[in-house]
Design a protein around this ligand. Sequence first.
Ligand SMILES: Cc1cc2nc3c(=O)[nH]c(=O)nc-3n(C[C@H](O)[C@H](O)[C@H](O)COP(=O)(O)OP(=O)(O)OC[C@H]3O[C@@H](n4cnc5c(N)ncnc54)[C@H](O)[C@@H]3O)c2cc1C
Length: 470
Amino acid sequence: MPLNSAKIITALGAIVGDKHLATADADKEKYLTDWRGVYRGEAIAVVKPATTDEVSRILKLAEAENIAIIPQGGNTGLCGGATPDTGARNVILSTENLNKIREIDRESQTITAEAGCVLDTIKTAVETHGLFFPLNLGARGSCQIGGNLATNAGGLNVVRYGNARALTLGIEAVLMGGATLPLLSKLKKDNMGYDLKHFFIGAEGTLGVITAATLQLFPKPLNLATAFVGLRDIDAGIALLQNCQRASNQSVTAFELIPKTIIDAVTEFYPDTPQFIANLPRFCALIEMTSTAENDALENALAQTLADAMAEGLISDATIASNASQRQALWQMRERVPEAEIKAGKAYKSDIALPLKHIAKFYDEAVAMAQAISPEARIFGFGHLGDNNLHFNLSEPRNSTTDFTRFYPEFDAMLMRLMEKYHGTMSAEHGIGQKKRSMLAESKAEAVPVMRAIKTALDPKNLMNPHKII
Ligand SMILES: Cc1cc2nc3c(=O)[nH]c(=O)nc-3n(C[C@H](O)[C@H](O)[C@H](O)COP(=O)(O)OP(=O)(O)OC[C@H]3O[C@@H](n4cnc5c(N)ncnc54)[C@H](O)[C@@H]3O)c2cc1C
């Protein structure tokens, strides 16, 4: 069917109002490129519905007119999932106006929030009720809960609370064609048939638009113990993680592996970063335990565990934050990592996970293989050791004169080989988007036809975020 874009724009304007529709190049620009500036696409318009009913009417129109819909939340995704391709029939559906908190239920300890609520807004809103929403990522000031669910985001506190999927009790979603699936629920148990919410969580907008979600909350932690330690090696970090879990009754909420190379980069680009321990070894860790009990002896448990670890030779040095500002300084250093990577130049980024027992061997092999490909590449392999997830990133050499991106296919192949060898995954939390489609096809060859069958059943015309995932 030939495209009559003027007709589409008029019809979209009739649904949301012209001021919630961007059609001029300058107004569309920021929606057409991803956060890292790697992907760029085209769209007839950016439409910003404010209600589920408007989303439903947009998806009804899209099916009738064969318009591809690209859902977009905070546009902080790292795999190009929210960026359209260069097709002529694309409309970006931004959820930024779909941003009401519908209910905070203190008894059930749940929040029901619309997809466009910024993650930080949700975290702050529940805190005033003495509650806590544990999903926590560096992008929390911009990413939206719909995007978090659509990518099944992980982040800093998965070791204790699980990823976005584990925190979701129910969703409301709209299918291509306009049908609304009202699956909001506060129940922890509901075995009435297939649990359809799981199809939409992690589907990156390829099966429908998530318009709202009911999320599990927790009591707000009152006690925090935070430390920065120099590790003997990665295996010592894994032993320390287990010791910390034992000593704190499984209260570890973060265990971040940070190599010296990264701390050096953070200090280079942010010279005000304090030096937390004197001689940085090759690997360090940022550890946090939390408890909801007022007088919990968490800090003592952490101090004793670290003293024992020192005696055992697992760690070489440690600093325990003695107040809120020291704790904040430790986290600021960790959160500066992605920015320092950007300042260091072009970076090959990965998002792998593998069984803990293989991480040390993997790391050494990956370093050797990466340096065989690009001898001066800077190794920025850090991550959420507590949940087996490493961002084994490689930054271009200082004063590089060659185009570092030409090595990316070789880095991909190298990590694919190592993930196969160690039974890991190339996508632990960032998703597939445009970036990892061929990796998915190769590593899950038997599962992809089933995924395709589900996609075809829900979106037979392939109009929901086409050319993403499969
Ligand atoms: C500095 C920084 C740190 C980060 N740290 C982490 C981290 O620790 N852990 C982690 O997991 N990720 C991390 N990310 C990646 C990113 O923040 C997450 O993937 C986040 O969940 C994306 O949310 P968003 O609202 O920005 O989604 P977008 O980027 O807008 O979209 C992501 C995908 O979801 C789809 N989508 C968005 N909204 C909807 C909806 N309502 N319905 C259906 N589909 C939808 C899009 O089409 C796209 O495919 C980080 C990113 C940055 C920039």
